[in-house]
Design a protein around this ligand. Structure first.
Ligand SMILES: [Fe+2]
Ligand SMILES: [Fe+2]
Length: 260
């Protein structure tokens, strides 16, 4: 099994980078599945129904994951309930729009994708550690491979989650900070791990914001209107390889400059 997982796609520069680079990545890596974090797809904050359709239907993405910006656009709430190929953090309040995990199937092979939020410097309703235990038990006989998008801020919490799920999931991939980390590896139990995949968007900004606006804010401490950076778009992703038993055999980081 080969999976391409793309870090937070940010605004139109990120969507353009994904559209331009995805065909080449499919050709080079031959992924069975493509999973994309889309929490910043709409102008840097949240995702709209139109963009969900664009990713799933036009770009043929298998599953979209979200994060703390899941509910920024009201327009998508209905679709979060009806479209089973998009997930928001599983440990958000029960009864909120959407689902926390999903299982997609093709040619008799089943991939489970779980979205989970950390609790250090980000908010969640329940511990991600207890939550993932319950989900793994729930999915035990329902999927061949299980991957977790752990949307969290602190590397300490992410490393802890990696060890917590090692040997029980195929991959535990960090998102949210938009900065790729250099610690991709397969843990001893057979779980592919990285603290943060990074983002697909403009590297010339500060996380997602135009750098001159972010700098004015930190220099002056005055309110500044933030716009999405467009300068120097890159695609950040990982390719995970796994055996038929659900154990990862490799993880490779993909850091690519987008054309134009
Ligand atoms: Fe993000
Ligand atoms: Fe986030």
């Amino acid at each position: 099994m080969r999976l391409l997982f793309v870090g937070d796609v940010v605004g139109s520069p990120g969507r353009r980078a994904l559209r331009d680079l995805l065909p080449g990545l499919r050709e080079e890596h031959q992924p069975d599945w493509v999973v994309v974090n889309g929490e910043n797809a709409a102008g840097g904050l949240g995702i709209t129904s139109k963009l969900v359709r664009e990713l799933l239907d036009d770009l043929d993405v298998d599953v979209i994951t979200l994060g703390n910006h899941a509910y920024h656009r009201r327009d998508v709430y209905g679709l979060l309930d009806t479209e089973d190929r998009i997930v928001r953090p599983a440990n958000y309040p029960k009864g909120n729009p959407g689902r926390g995990y999903t299982v997609v199937e093709r040619d008799g092979r089943r991939l489970a994708v779980v979205n989970l939020s950390g609790m250090v410097f980000v908010q969640a309703a329940r511990s991600p550690f207890a939550e993932i235990d319950a989900i793994i038990a729930e999915l035990r006989d329902r999927a061949d491979h299980l991957i977790v998008d752990f949307h969290a801020e602190a590397t300490s919490e992410k490393v802890a989650m990696g060890w917590h799920v090692d040997g029980r999931v195929t991959a535990c991939l960090g998102t949210h900070t938009h900065v790729p980390t250099a610690d991709a590896r397969v843990l001893p139990g057979g779980t592919a791990y990285i603290s943060d995949v990074g983002m697909t968007g403009a590297r010339g900004g500060v996380i997602v914001v135009r750098r001159e606006q972010a700098l004015e804010r930190v220099r002056t401490m005055m309110p500044v209107k933030f716009e999405t950076a467009e300068d120097d778009p890159w695609l950040n992703a990982v390719v995970v390889e796994a055996d038929g038993e659900g154990r990862a055999t490799g993880i490779e980081q993909v850091l690519m400059e987008a054309p134009g």
